[in-house]
Write a protein that binds this ligand. Structure first.
Ligand code: 7RM
Length: 603
């Protein structure tokens, strides 16, 4: 499509409102953290709000600028992202569960000129003072010589000024005495004040097909997150088409993807794919377990959800409570169930299929990555015979292959590296600011192929089974974490000399974090030190990366060339005595010691 121009916001909103006459159709049923906190937004209203905010953004910046968005799951998050792309600005959404340090790193890496955030939000019972975190990030940026001039803050929990009629988000029904809303008049701008008087007419900025659309950071195996860069028309085409076919989208569907927009699943399958199709979606701010473990099914019945998309970790979590909380609700509107984020174990698949879907609903197990933009391996509902735990076959136009270590393509039933042989429209275009890292990460190991870094098995019927990451990445609750990044956070603590992190299987999260730390001379791994280390990682990366186990390791198993043997550490973490070949180990006595001192407690 090179040489053509378009605007993705125009395709998502103007076209649906004006050409397809969907103005009165609901774009989002917003369901807040607290039951009863709800809003409905039609396509016409969404277009109007996006245009108004686009005019606000135009007064603060221009086409090509990068904008960091650090917001909870509210309608205004969608408004902010679509306003960016309407004016040709590039959004970089940072999941609101990330720490101030992570936000700072991302703002600086993408050289954002503006940050959009909110005062705070509730996750279940827990208040997150988001503005406080954003301010901390901006302070860190300033200290590192990258001052961001502007920060727009939405009032989500606190009441806007009395005379503010533009605020369409009602204050949460609970009071929030612990909410802190620091205000820096040199930098901060009020979302509601900026909107007052903003026109709701805004001509979209026509951009080139290959112009950048957004940046989304994903963990990298070196520890430094990569700014995955997607471009406009390929991503638009790919998310629109995969959404339509993989969920068999029908005009009267109510679709619900439980992901957060801060992750790629939310970008592609809450915002872009569904809106491109004129779909009606549920946008949920809360948790599957709040106020109780039947919340998901209560929401399914409330909105008569027909297509439901979630992650194996959520299914495993709810499975623990049995079928009763599910059966409290009818769920007779459900037609297709989807899963994404990590391999789904057959037990969880069976529970999802029989208990949640009552064997009426096909399950689409969608394998894809931040980098791929959209689904790569997936069944088509009711058309592809399913096998529990398999993402089945490639989507149209996707050509997978399985390679051995020497890069030879394997035929028939086989296991090896999953690669793709041919480009597809949604493939990322670069790592922001580091194109050579893009080339070396994805195209160097096996020239001529895109490397997923996942292991994969193909069975005799040609079905693909993802076996998990083969780089030093861990998948905790469907989120990829870099062991190197966690290790460097641990080592920054004065008492830690060296750290090695491995995954240990966890019944709900998929993997849990088992950390080995070598302490400085004289230091002991006491309760308070453990707590400090956990806090350290939370503050550096975010709560999702909090260590589950921390073990004192006076020595780590290393090869003679000094490489830590993670394979051995994984065995120790799982208490598996069969170590395989350890002939390259420099000093085998450390292994015995580590087995003796294993963490026995379950976190
Ligand atoms: C969409 C998303 C990507 C990694 C990927 C895999 C794992 C994702 C599945 C899966 C087995 C699936 N993007 N993964 N989906 N493994 N079956 N259906 O999750 O960039 O955050 O993660 O997630 O390891 O490489 S992601």
């Amino acid at each position: 499509m090179e040489g053509a121009t378009t605007n993705i916001c125009y395709n998502l909103l103007d076209r649906n409102v004006h050409d397809r006459k969907l103005g009165d159709k609901v774009a989002f049923f917003w369901e807040g953290n607290d039951p009863g906190d709800e809003l409905t937004v039609t396509y016409r209203e969404l277009l109007q709000r996006v245009c108004q905010f686009s005019n606000v953004l135009k007064s603060q910046g221009q086409k090509g600028d990068r904008v960091s968005i650090y917001m909870p799951m509210v309608v205004e998050l969608v408004v902010a992202m679509l306003a960016c792309v309407r004016i040709g600005a590039v959004h970089s959404i940072v999941f609101a569960g990330f720490s101030a340090e992570s936000l700072c790193e991302r703002i600086m890496d993408s050289q954002c000129s503006l940050v959009i955030t909110a005062d705070g939000f509730y996750r279940g019972d827990k208040l997150i003072n988001l503005k406080l975190l954003a301010d901390e990030a901006l302070q860190k940026c300033r200290e590192k010589g990258f001052p961001v001039e502007k920060c727009i803050m939405l009032r989500h929990l606190s009441k806007a000024a009395e005379d503010d009629l533009s605020s369409q988000c009602p204050p949460a029904k609970r009071s929030c005495p612990d909410l802190q809303v620091p205000w820096n008049p040199d930098v901060d701008l009020c979302w509601h004040a900026l909107l007052r008087g903003a026109s709701d007419v805004c001509e979209p900025e026509w951009v080139e097909s290959e112009d950048p659309l957004f940046i989304l950071y994903t963990s990298g195996s070196t520890g430094k997150p990569k700014g995955v860069l997607h471009s406009v028309s390929g991503y638009m085409l790919y998310t629109a088409t995969t959404f339509k076919l993989v969920f068999d989208h029908q005009p009267d569907d109510v679709y619900w993807c439980t992901a957060d927009i801060g992750w790629i699943t939310g970008h592609s399958y809450i915002t872009y794919g569904p809106l491109a199709n004129g779909a009606t979606s549920v946008l949920f701010e809360g948790l599957p377990t709040f106020p109780d473990v039947s919340r998901m099914w209560q929401i399914v019945d409330k909105y008569r959800v027909s297509k439901f998309y979630t992650a194996p970790t959520a299914i495993r979590l709810l499975m623990k409570y049995g079928s009763e909380p599910v059966q409290r609700y009818k769920r007779n509107s459900l037609k297709v169930l989807g899963t994404v984020g990590e391999p789904i174990n057959p037990e969880a698949w069976q529970w999802y299929y029989t208990v949640v879907g009552e064997k009426r609903c096909p399950i689409v197990d969608t394998f894809w990555q931040t980098e791929t933009g959209g689904h790569m391996l997936t069944p088509l509902p009711a058309a592809t015979p399913m096998k529990p735990g398999s993402a089945t076959f490639p989507f149209f136009g996707v050509v997978p292959a399985i390679l051995n270590e020497s890069g030879e393509e394997l035929e028939g039933p086989s296991e090896g590296y999953l690669v793709f042989k041919q480009p597809w429209p949604g493939v990322m275009r670069s790592v922001y600011g580091n194109h050579s890292r893009f080339e070396s990460t994805y195209f160097k190991k096996f020239p001529g192929y895109y490397v997923t870094a996942d292991g994969c098995r193909r069975d005799k019927d040609g079905y693909y089974w993802i076996t998990g990451r083969i780089d030093d990445m861990l998948n905790v609750s469907g989120h990829l974490l870099s062991t190197a990044e966690i290790e460097s956070a641990l080592v920054e603590h004065a008492a830690v000399v060296e750290a090695a992190v491995v995954g240990r299987p966890h019944p709900v999260k998929g993997e849990s974090l088992y950390c080995f730390v070598t302490l400085t001379e004289g230091a002991t791994l006491s309760g308070p030190l453990e707590a400090e280390l956990r806090k350290q990682v939370r503050e550096k990366i975010g709560a999702i990366a909090t260590p589950d186990y921390i073990q004192n390791a006076p020595g780590l198993p290393k090869t003679r060339s000094g490489k830590i043997m993670r394979r051995v550490l994984r065995k120790i973490a799982c208490d598996e005595r069969d170590l395989g070949d350890i002939s390259t180990l420099a000093d085998s006595s450390v292994v015995e010691q580590l087995f003796r001192d294993r963490c026995l407690t379950t976190p």
